[in-house]
Design a protein around this ligand. Structure first.
Ligand code: PMP
Length: 351
């Protein structure tokens, strides 16, 4: 006879993590990590923080980190929230700021975790179709809603919404919280953080996972005016009052300080993206314009699932989504030039 808790557990959706095999045997271009290591200054700072200080609980405010991040975007520390990766910041955002009697809006093709958070926190939502070129049109987000959230650039399309269109989204929704998820903004877009002083309804979310090569450290931020940040702090405190451990704080502060390394690796990824795009196009692929560290592409003559399978047999991982509208696309993360060449050579054999 089953116990009542077995039935309860059976109602919970199991977590299926992104594929994370042993990387040294693979060309891993499926989860948008940075192909370059973090700044050497990050490693030094983390090593320096692994001493007797670990005996002590971390600073519940992560004040040193908030100050470092705020200074970089011309805000003050009360306008910054930090969490364990932007996924945690997003979870708190859905819980604190997007729960509403009216449905929230996000694109029909977007980051797959948004509907998951809605399910978790009982948030009603309405997906808004992208246009025929898989773009977000702010005009489609007019009218009453419980909030708006979209990645910029969007994932998995890589398409960027220019800052004036983000502004239009905010002007159309003065009574809703508008969340701009800027996980990939450093690879080609202009951040909406500059609009924070002007719009009390704007929350911008960023991460160190992509452009700072620190997916394994788990550090994400939100920027907004103090009342929105206060909402996030209240929810965070109700779960657990330590946003980050000492090692994450030390590594993140060092990462934010090394602008030269950031700029070099960021430009390297952008240059590889342009080379990969040209290589794919020369083989007949159509590639959406990308402002991210991945490209979204399809081949008019070839089935995307078959291509992903053939690449996998050659130990190259890319992402294929079995979803309406995008099931013929592949999302390919930008690797080093050597990895991109390996991919292009494999595709030339397969086609
Ligand atoms: N937002 C978007 C659009 C993403 O693609 C991702 C990463 N897959 C995240 C947020 C979460 O990133 P992290 O938790 O590593 O900061």
């Amino acid at each position: 006879m089953s116990r009542f808790w077995s039935d309860l557990v059976a109602t919970l959706t199991p977590y299926t993590p992104g594929e994370q095999p042993r990387v040294e045997q693979l060309v891993k271009l499926n989860t948008n990590e940075n192909p370059y290591p973090p700044s050497p200054a990050v490693i030094t700072a983390i090593q320096a923080a692994t001493g007797d200080g670990l005996r002590l609980y971390p600073d519940p405010e992560a004040a040193a980190l908030k100050t470092a991040i705020a200074a970089r975007c011309g805000l003050d520390a009360a306008q910054v929230f930090v969490g364990n990766g932007s996924d945690e910041v997003l979870a708190h955002t859905f819980c604190a700021l997007l729960k509403h009697a009216r449905p929230i809006l996000f694109p029909d093709v977007t980051y797959s975790f948004y509907p998951v958070y809605c399910g978790l926190y009982g948030v009603d939502y309405r997906p808004v179709p992208l246009d025929e070129a898989l773009r977000i049109d702010p005009e489609d987000y007019a009218g009453e809603n419980g909030g708006v959230i979209f990645p910029n650039p969007n994932a998995p399309t890589g398409r960027l919404l220019p800052l004036d269109a983000v502004r239009r989204m905010l002007d159309l929704n003065p009574d809703s919280v508008v969340v701009v998820d800027e996980a990939y903004i450093d690879f080609g877009g202009e951040s909406a953080t500059a609009l924070v002083p002007e719009y009390p309804n704007l929350l911008v979310i960023q991460t160190l996972s992509k452009s700072r090569s620190l997916a394994g450290l788990r550090v994400g931020f939100a920027f907004g005016q103090a009342p929105l940040i206060e909402g996030l702090e209240r929810v965070k405190n109700s779960f657990n009052s330590y946003p980050l451990g000492w090692l994450a704080i030390a590594g993140a502060v060092a990462a934010m300080a090394d602008e030269a390394y950031f700029e070099r690796t960021r430009q390297a990824v952008i240059a590889s993206r342009e080379r990969l795009t040209a290589g794919l196009e020369s083989m007949g692929f159509e590639v959406l314009p990308s402002a991210a560290n991945f490209v979204f592409t399809h081949h008019p003559g070839r089935d995307a699932s078959g291509l992903a399978g053939a690449l996998r047999e050659r130990r190259i991982l890319v992402r294929h989504f079995r979803l309406p509208r995008i099931d013929q696309y592949l999302r390919i993360s930008i690797g080093t030039d050597a990895q991109c060449s390996t991919l292009l050579e494999a595709l030339a054999e397969i086609l």
